[in-house]
Ligand binder design. Structure first.
Ligand SMILES: CC(C)(COP(=O)(O)OP(=O)(O)OC[C@H]1O[C@@H](n2cnc3c(N)ncnc32)[C@H](O)[C@@H]1OP(=O)(O)O)[C@@H](O)C(=O)NCCC(=O)NCCS
Length: 167
């Protein structure tokens, strides 16, 4: 497993991971109408700006893009894992990388809005759940998310991944 900053050449693969994660993994928590409204407007060029700003990390395995994570000034914007790689700690690896990045910039209280699908994941990683929030998508369709906070101690974050769970 290789973790690195995304380049513009990754944009189409990031888009592919993003739409497949929503379409497959989030389908059990949102209606088909919500899923369609969520993924339909997405396009590879959406990622050009955050890639240029060095705010997207990608996880690669055997030349395949397994997941990506995007961070902002004080928050995690997104962590998405391709369904083929789900439950293999790709999300955990990305989470710790984003946390380390924000921590290195002095951010010790990191916020994010979790999809209902990702709540058990963020809780397992030590986040605290806050209020439910409704996001209005471009089409006007609403999706429910849960606000989460991760409190980073002054202790540097350890990279926990050993790589042994991959074939
Ligand atoms: C949420 C997501 C990023 C998790 O990535 P992942 O690589 O599959 O997660 P990990 O393998 O690192 O899981 C770490 C731990 O989180 C918890 N967890 C992860 N997915 C879970 C699930 N579906 N149900 C219950 N617990 C889960 C488990 O405790 C897991 O440890 P375990 O496998 O040893 O039991 C991924 O499922 C995803 O992309 N989901 C759809 C997109 C999404 O909602 N992204 C978040 C938007 S903010």
């Amino acid at each position: 497993m290789n973790l690195r900053l995304a380049t513009l050449d990754d944009a189409a693969s990031i888009w592919d991971v993003h739409v497949n994660a929503i379409r497959v993994l989030c389908a059990s928590d949102y209606t088909p109408r919500q899923i369609t409204a969520w993924l339909e407007p997405k396009k590879p060029s959406d990622y050009h700006r955050p890639i240029s700003e060095q705010r997207i990390f990608v996880a690669e395995f055997s030349g395949c893009l397994a997941g990506f994570g995007e961070f902002g000034t004080k928050e995690i914007h997104a962590i998405y894992v391709h369904p083929r790689f789900a439950r293999r700690k790709v999300g955990t690896l990305l989470f710790h990388r984003l946390i380390a990045e924000l921590g290195s910039r002095g951010v010790l209280r990191i916020s994010l809005d979790a999809s209902l699908t990702s709540v058990p994941f963020y809780l397992a990683l030590g986040c605290t759940a806050g209020e439910a929030v409704t996001h209005c998508l471009r089409s006007g369709v609403e999706i429910l998310c849960i606000q989460m906070i991760f409190e980073l101690s002054e202790t540097p974050v350890r990279q926990p991944f050993s790589g042994t769970r991959f074939p």
